[in-house]
Design a protein around this ligand. Structure first.
Ligand code: ZN
Length: 297
């Protein structure tokens, strides 16, 4: 009898544990590795920036006469997709000199190790995400799937710049979604005009993540609020995201056709500001809900 109860307790506690180890559902994970990772035709996005990612997970190639920069490699399933897209545009993957990332989650850097082997590129990342890249583990509060560990050749700090040829990208540290989340900004010349441009992959923390006093990320609430304030100031002319299917909906053909004004142009940063305002509102609701629960005990 006692053994039976003990066995039941063990089963129950392991269920609780397995529920806690992943905040993503099996369906969500299948979506990342499946439909989101399916090939998308590559295209020139703006100036020397190309979309080389999959259906709903981005990878951006920034081309210069001195070689290329690749931002995000997607899931491990996407390595052939990204490589094929780069080749289809007429570029050589061996010319990729630098690999960057928006944040250390399996759906954005899952292909880093394989791509580094293919290209010999130098991997650069902000310190907090560099640790995760090298550990091969998701060290963020999401704590989901890991990846093949990858050596980080240059550890960056907030505001550091990465230059190749005439192109300079600036790392804007945007902790929240992961502790080392990075928004990449640049000035891009396109058809005789200069545009401020941002690669944004860092909203609030994933659904289900404990926000207040999270042991994996004790400063999460203050850091995320500071990130929202900081990012609103950027107000880029054109921004792209890590899961761009919605942002690109109905616009890929226009971008391929080179339509100007650009299909993603965001006058007055209205879409950018709304995106961040909405994310902040949603985040504050979650924080207040947690605090109300905590004080009710
Ligand atoms: Zn993520």
């Amino acid at each position: 009898m006692r053994l039976g109860v003990l066995a039941m307790l063990l089963v129950a506690s392991s269920l609780v544990l397995s529920a806690q180890t992943s905040l993503l559902t099996a369906e969500q994970r299948a979506q990342f590795h499946g439909p989101y990772s399916q090939p998308e035709d590559p295209f020139r996005l703006l100036g020397n920036i190309y979309y080389v990612g999959a259906k709903n997970i981005a990878s951006y190639l920034i081309s210069t006469p001195q070689g290329h920069i690749l931002v995000d490699t997607g899931t491990k399933e996407m390595t052939p997709v990204v490589r094929g897209n780069i080749q289809a545009l007429g570029f050589n993957v061996r010319d990729i000199k630098i690999m960057l990332s928006s944040h250390a989650h399996f759906d954005h850097i899952g292909g880093h190790a394989a791509m580094k082997k293919l290209t010999g590129a130098r991997v650069m990342a902000l310190r907090q995400d560099a640790e995760a890249l090298e550990a091969g583990k998701d060290l963020s509060p999401l704590g989901d799937e890991g990846w093949e560990p990858v050596k980080v050749d240059r550890v960056l700090q907030d505001g550091d710049t990465v230059t190749l040829g005439e192109t300079t990208l600036r790392a804007v540290w945007a902790p929240g979604h992961t502790p080392g989340c990075t928004v990449w900004t640049s000035s891009v010349q396109d058809a005789g005009k200069i545009f401020s441009f941002a690669i944004f992959g860092c909203g609030g923390p994933n659904a289900g993540v404990k926000l207040v006093g999270n042991p994996k990320f004790p400063t999460l609430v203050d850091d995320t609020l500071a990130t929202f304030r900081k990012l609103k100031m950027l107000a880029p002319d054109i921004y792209v995201t890590g899961h761009p299917q919605m942002l690109f909906a109905g616009k890929i053909g226009r971008m391929k056709a080179g339509e100007r004004p650009h299909a993603l142009l965001d006058p007055g940063a209205r879409a950018w500001t709304k995106m961040l305002d909405d994310a902040e509102t949603n985040f504050m609701k979650r924080v207040e809900a947690e605090r109300a629960q905590g004080s009710g005990r």
